[in-house]
Design a protein around this ligand. Structure first.
Ligand SMILES: Cc1cc2nc3c(=O)[nH]c(=O)nc-3n(C[C@H](O)[C@H](O)[C@H](O)COP(=O)(O)OP(=O)(O)OC[C@H]3O[C@@H](n4cnc5c(N)ncnc54)[C@H](O)[C@@H]3O)c2cc1C
Length: 437
């Protein structure tokens, strides 16, 4: 396949967030990467320069596996920029509920993988040698109503049974009205908060130091396959690679090749207060979330802001006018106000972002059985970052010839609850159809 100059992007990516974001303020000098204007040959081509792509690049580079990452717009400008940076080993679906779906053994294996991914992320963050805003934290998982207390007790029992770091009850140091408003709580330990923008750039800088190459403003127009190698055609260059990682996030049209599991797209709202707004009754930088769906959550930042989010709805387009954003922001403030009455909140940033869920509450990760060499890294749910680390581990294991028992569980070709997500596609080892269009 030869390079075709002058092709414009077949589908202009739609925006993934709207409103004013908080993270860009924490990084006044954002590194820039060149546009790809030549032919690159490599082992792995990573498409997508969000946190998922950056984690994959860093983990591959650390293992000595050559890779090139290309980003159609700017690094970390997609969902990563809207991510509120709570990193928890517990998923949106409880361990005890997941057991009912996929069996106890599989559910425990998945939860252990999430916990391990958190440890891996901590190590990666530390390896970058930069301030990524990664801090170990505990999370308060609250029962939103009396009816959910039994569910939470069952969850606590299961987490304890399998040695996850968890304790029961609202810690005595936590004040405000939490213990009056929330019917009960468990606390998980060893979770973390991150600054997703800083972490993405730090991981890429680390990967580049280890030999990876990174390009921005380099959208993939078409992916072809010839003689066992992929050709990724970009606007002014191309990449030849043995494997392709699809870390393209939730962009409509690009995210859903006919052969892979598709996310159910929604939108979520978030806000950041001005600094110095953490109530005295909220010690130790706990992160808080709850059993209601959609759930309300909040965390603190190192400079004393509250980042709160929730109010999800089923519209996937994050475009929202000022009135709607104000309305949802006030809704989030009202939930904060219930927990800390009398506190005056001052919001500095408020935004809305697209995110995806899956009908079986598991992400779509790993090599597609019908597309050998194409690795999906589609992280769904509130735990997307943890799933991105698992995606990178699956990729690494596949390249290094190691078995990974998660591969069939999370396969992008698996049968999800809704069979329409799994259309049949013929096995075609050598084809040149566009996999991204
Ligand atoms: C409001 C909100 C809060 C969230 N909070 C959390 C949280 O607290 N914790 C958590 O773990 N997760 C959270 N998430 C989810 C999290 O944002 C995502 O899981 C994660 O950031 C997605 O990263 P990504 O790299 O997969 O996607 P993105 O950041 O969207 O990156 C994908 C990139 O691929 C590029 N791309 C697409 N197509 C092409 C192409 N053809 N060629 C080249 N490049 C292409 C895009 O330009 C984009 O930059 C939140 C999401 C939202 C919306």
């Amino acid at each position: 396949m030869s390079i075709r100059h002058g092709i414009t992007h077949a589908r202009q990516p739609r925006k993934l967030h709207d409103g004013t974001l908080y993270w860009p303020k924490t990084m006044p000098h954002i590194p820039a990467y060149p546009m790809l204007r030549r032919r690159e040959e490599t082992e792995v081509a990573i498409v997508g320069g969000g946190l998922t792509g950056a984690i994959c690049a860093a983990m591959l580079a650390r293992s000595g596996i050559p890779c090139v990452l290309i980003e159609g717009k700017q690094v970390a400008s997609g969902s990563t920029a809207a991510n509120t940076g709570l990193i928890q080993f517990c998923s949106d679906i409880m361990l005890s509920e997941l057991m009912g779906r996929i069996g106890e053994k599989n559910a425990v294996m998945f939860y252990h993988a999430c916990r391990k991914a958190l440890v891996t992320l901590a190590q990666l963050s530390s390896d970058t040698g930069e301030d990524t805003g990664f801090y170990t934290r505990s999370s308060l998982y609250c029962a939103s109503c009396e009816d959910d207390v039994a569910k939470l007790i069952r969850e606590y029992t299961m987490l304890r049974k399998y040695d996850f770091p968890v304790s029961w009850g609202i810690p005595a140091r936590v004040g405000g009205k939490i213990s009056e408003v929330k019917a009960g709580a468990l606390t998980t330990h060893g979770d973390a908060e991150i600054n997703p923008l800083r972490l993405t750039h730090a991981l890429l800088a680390y990967a580049v130091r280890l030999g990876a190459r990174v390009y921005e403003n380099t959208g993939v127009l078409e992916v072809g396959r010839m003689n066992g190698r992929f050709t990724l055609l970009c606007q002014e260059g191309e990449i030849l690679a043995r494997r392709v990682v699809k870390a393209t996030g939730y962009l409509p049209g690009i995210v859903t090749p006919s052969s892979a599991g598709a996310p159910i797209l929604k939108r979520s709202f978030a806000l950041a207060t001005v600094p110095g707004q953490v109530p005295d009754e909220w010690p130790d930088h706990y992160m808080m979330w709850e059993t209601a769906r959609p759930y309300f959550y909040f965390r603190t930042t190192p400079d004393g802001r509250i980042l709160a989010g929730g109010s999800d709805d089923s519209l996937y387009d994050p475009t929202c006018d000022g009135k709607l954003l104000t309305n949802r922001t006030n809704g989030l403030l009202a939930q904060l106000g219930e927990l800390f009455p009398g506190h005056e909140w001052q919001v500095e940033d408020a935004w809305c972002g697209t995110f995806g869920e899956s009908s079986d509450d598991l992400p779509f990760l790993g090599e597609h059985p019908d597309q050998p060499g194409i690795h999906h890294a589609l992280s769904t749910g509130g735990n997307g970052t943890i799933y991105s680390v698992i995606a990178a581990s699956l990729l690494q294991d596949r390249i290094l010839g190691r078995d990974n028992r998660l591969s069939s569980l999370l396969s992008p070709g698996r049968r999800t609850v809704d069979a329409s997500y799994m259309p049949h596609i013929p096995n075609s080892p050598d084809h040149s159809a566009s996999l991204f269009a």
